[in-house]
Each structure stands twice: as C-alpha cells, then as structure tokens.
Design a protein around this ligand. Structure first.
Ligand code: NAP
Length: 248
C-alpha cells in the first residue's frame, strides 16, 4: 500500500526538518523526489546522494519560494525535465514570533511572502502539469497554531490559517481534474524550528499534549505519504492533524 513508484514529487523546504523527512519517506515509497532548499545546498545534496546510493531517485533544486520569478522558472524546468509534477509537498516555511504589538511590517511581509505566497506560487506552477495529466496531490504544511492560535505567534498563525483556506479552495477548483489538495497541521515537532525552546517551554507543551511528548518529523512524513498516495484519492480539502491530541 501507499507505493509511489513512477510519481514525481517536489518537496519545498526538503533540506531540513519535516520537509527532509517527507523527502526520505516519499523516496522510500518509490517516488522521484526533487528536493528544494534556499540556503542548505550541502544538506540537500547530501540527502539526494544518500537516496541515490540506496537505489532511490532524487535531485536538488535551489530556489527561494518567496521569489516568484525564480520559483516559476524552476518549477517549469522541473516539469520540462520530468514531464510533470504529480505530488507537491509545500513544507518551506519560517517562523517569526512576537506579540502583536511588537510585530514589525517587515516581519509580516517575510512571513506572508514565504509561508503563504511561497506555497501558493509553487502550487500554481505545479498544478499546470497536474491539470494536464489529470492526477495531482497538493499538500500544504499548516500548524496546530493556525487552528487554535498561540500567544506570541499572531503573524505566524495567520499564515498557517491562510493555507487551510487556500487548500480548501484549491480542492474545490481542481477536483474535476482529479487533483486533491489537503493540509497537514502538525503540533510541536522536533526540528530546527523548535530547537530554540527552553526546557520549561518544552515541559509546558508536554502538559498540553495528551500523548505527553513532542512529535517526530517522520510522524508528519507518514501523513504526507498517505495523502500523496493513490489510496487517498477520495480525500480532498481536509486538515490532517498530527499533534498528539493537542487540538482535536
Ligand atoms: P525547519 O526545520 O526550520 O526547516 C525549514 C525548511 O524550509 C528548510 O529546508 C529551509 O531551507 C526551507 N525554507 C525556508 N525558507 C525558504 C524559502 N524562502 N524558500 C525555500 N525553502 C525555504 O522547519 P520545519 O520545522 O521542518 O517546518 C516545516 C514546515 O512545517 C513549515 O512550514 C512549518 O511552519 C511547519 N510546521 C512546523 C512545526 C514544528 O513544530 N516544527 C509545527 C507545525 C508546522 P534551508 O535549509 O535552505 O534553509
């Protein structure tokens, strides 16, 4: 089940964290995976080499998802090289925390340009080929805070909530082309993004999570593989929460 042989998958933010775990999991299921990064070329290349050495198929594509022209031309080039993109996991994202009163315009611009506009630009470019091949899977990475809010994360939470509305709309727009669009909303997952948390902050989060721990990137990647699979073909416009029960 959940095999992805002969599928072409693009994972934005695939060099680290959740995106990296998605790359590994999709490649294990047989997909050819294009690993996007913005700064982490060495990490992306190492991951790609590792997958190829294990008999899988992977390559790297560096571009800033907030740069629309670069994103469009790189996605077009991927489509030209491989004939199509079947699966998009839009994991590239940044967090800038701060109470609303202290949020600067430039912080909001960075957050929205990367997390929202970046995800939508890649999706717009990738769906061109999905419409032609009448098969596609779009998966956005939202967050538990996009649904429940969090003190000090007004800007970030707003971007993550926006992706839910976007995926639901894409789901409706592209359904007749057999393209599904879904969202994964992780809770607190151990990656570089959450590495800065202090021990007391971590303990406070554990208390909020019925399963009593933070999550692993691999646990989020398993959800991405499922949503990308043929077997998930009747699931669209949904939010799949991978959060240890923190928000139900
Ligand atoms: P992470 O460890 O900080 O990794 C971020 C990834 O995004 C890196 O691969 C980075 O590439 C890439 N990236 C950042 N800005 C980019 C840009 N402008 N263009 C292209 N790539 C860019 O983050 P993470 O924890 O894995 O989070 C992944 C996604 O899940 C994010 O959308 C995040 O909001 C969401 N999420 C995370 C958590 C969590 O607890 N970790 C919870 C809920 C949701 P470089 O290596 O090149 O810098």
């Amino acid at each position: 089940m959940f095999r992805l042989d002969s599928k072409i998958a693009l994972v934005t933010g695939g060099s680290r964290g959740i995106g990296r775990a998605c790359v590994e999991a999709l490649a294990r299921q047989g997909a050819t995976v294009i690993i996007n990064y913005v700064k982490g070329e060495a990490a992306a290349r190492e991951l790609s080499d590792q997958i190829v050495a294990a008999g899988g198929k992977a390559e790297i594509a560096g571009f800033d998802v907030a740069d629309t022209a670069a994103t469009e031309s790189q996605v077009d080039a991927i489509i030209k090289r491989h004939g199509r993109i079947d699966i998009l996991v839009a994991s590239a994202g940044i967090a800038i925390d701060g109470l609303l009163l202290r949020l600067k315009d430039e912080d909001l611009d960075k957050l929205f340009n990367t997390n929202v506009r970046g995800s939508l630009t890649v999706a717009r470019a990738a769906t061109k080929s999905m419409m032609r091949s009448k098969w596609g899977r779009i998966i956005f990475l939202s967050s538990v805070v996009g649904e429940m809010g969090n003190v000090g994360q007004t800007g970030y939470a707003a971007t993550k909530a926006a992706l839910i509305g976007a995926a639901k709309s894409i789901a409706r727009e592209y359904a007749t082309r057999n393209v599904t669009a879904n969202v994964i909303a992780p809770g607190f997952i151990d990656t570089d993004m959450t590495a800065g948390m202090t021990d007391p902050q971590r303990e406070a989060i554990h208390k909020l999570v019925p399963l009593g721990r933070t999550g692993k990137a691999e646990e989020v990647a398993a959800a991405a593989v499922y949503l990308a699979s043929e077997e998930a073909g009747y699931i669209t416009g949904q939010v799949l929460r991978v959060n240890g029960g923190m928000y139900v």
